[in-house]
Design a protein around this ligand. Structure first.
Ligand code: ARG
Length: 342
């Protein structure tokens, strides 16, 4: 492969940081799972509008292709090569009393983490057989849950098109045909060995073999952020009894996309802020102050509808899980106060 010709269309951090020199140094390497630089950057090359444009095929990718990953991680997370990541999953450290009037503004709350199995390569370089093994390991563990987390695993193959569409529309299930994942080989053999587990109330869900091997999700209507966090932690602790997740003291939980490293956590609310929506400058300033990101409500790369926004933590690596949720809680509290004053 020759050095790619980047044009002004290429917006990704990968295209910004992949110099000819780094390319030449890394282009002939491969990890023990045969993951090459070319595979890692394919999504960003095929999708010039990528923000990041690179995926890891295994934990080793982050070391072997460090000359490229490190500047990307530094720019995205403000995190240096020698920094350490600290995890904190202690719910009692979160200061999040139920907000007054929360339910007038917050439509729903959702917190997810990504996880990958320690003994497996990451999604972009797993084989069909390994994907099948992962589905078995994770779904059989989930099927042993009792109490309010008890539920059922549905493989995508066994869901009708209508059920799939309705789960997507209600924000329970991942979308299909993501071109970024496609070019990263994350949709290989789709939809085999992909699926979703959920409890009866759909307040606890696990996606299997999407961008990460597990996306563990806790969500519910309204704004009780602490309750959502607590349910997530209980589920993580349960799963950890029967599997171990890929983790490093430097990068935290290992995920296929470098944006998710560290806590792999996105803590979000769907929140109605029609007045602030008329003053995007002010809205964005508050979000910046609390390290929050604004998205539309139909997932990543979507627009807002009816003054409803998806607000989530931006920091993920080098801060703890408790801090991620705290950022979101503090920011949402501030947003509601300003909205009420307008
Ligand atoms: N690969 C896409 C890009 O570079 C998505 C990056 C972040 N999102 C994600 N789902 N990992 O723009």
């Amino acid at each position: 492969m020759n050095y790619p010709e980047f044009t002004s269309e290429h917006k990704s951090l990968m295209s910004k940081h992949l110099s000819k020199e780094i390319f030449d140094k890394l282009k002939t390497k491969q990890t023990s799972n045969n993951y090459t630089l070319q595979m890692a950057i394919n999504s960003g090359l095929k999708n010039p509008d990528s923000g990041i444009g690179i995926y890891a095929g295994d934990k080793e990718s982050y070391e072997l292709y460090q000359d490229l990953f490190d500047p990307i991680i530094k720019e995205y997370h403000n995190f240096n090569t020698n920094d350490k990541h600290q995890s904190n999953l202690n719910v009692n450290d979160l200061k999040a009393p139920l907000l007054k009037d929360a339910d007038d503004f917050i439509i729903s709350t959702r917190i997810r983490v990504g996880r990958n199995l320690d003994q497996m390569p990451l999604g972009p370089s797993i084989s069909d057989k390994q994907r099948n093994e992962i589905e078995n390991i994770v779904s059989s563990s989930l099927n042993k849950l009792e109490g309010d987390l008890k539920g059922k695993y549905f493989s995508l193959n066994n869901l009708s098109k209508e059920d799939r569409d309705s789960l997507i529309k209600d924000h329970f299930l991942f979308k299909e045909g993501d071109r970024f994942l496609e070019a990263a080989s994350l949709n290989n053999s789709w939809p085999e060995n992909r699926g979703i587990f959920h409890n009866v109330n759909k307040t606890f869900l696990v996606w299997i073999n999407e961008e990460d091997q597990l996306r563990i999700i806790s969500m519910q209507k309204g704004g009780d952020i602490k309750e959502v966090f607590e349910r997530l932690i209980n589920a993580i602790k349960f799963l950890e009894k029967s599997m171990s997740f890929s983790f490093s003291s430097h990068l935290g939980y290992i995920t296929s996309c470098p944006t998710n490293l560290g806590t792999a956590m996105r803590a979000s609310v769907h929140i109605k802020l029609p007045k602030l929506a008329n003053d995007m400058n002010k809205f964005e300033n508050i979000c910046d102050k609390y390290f929050l990101q604004i998205r539309g409500i139909n997932g990543e790369h979507s627009e807002s509808e009816g003054g409803i926004y998806d607000i989530s933590n931006k920091r993920r690596l080098g801060v703890s899980e408790v801090q991620c949720v705290q950022d979101m809680y503090d920011g949402v509290k501030a947003l509601i106060e300003v909205e009420k004053s307008l």
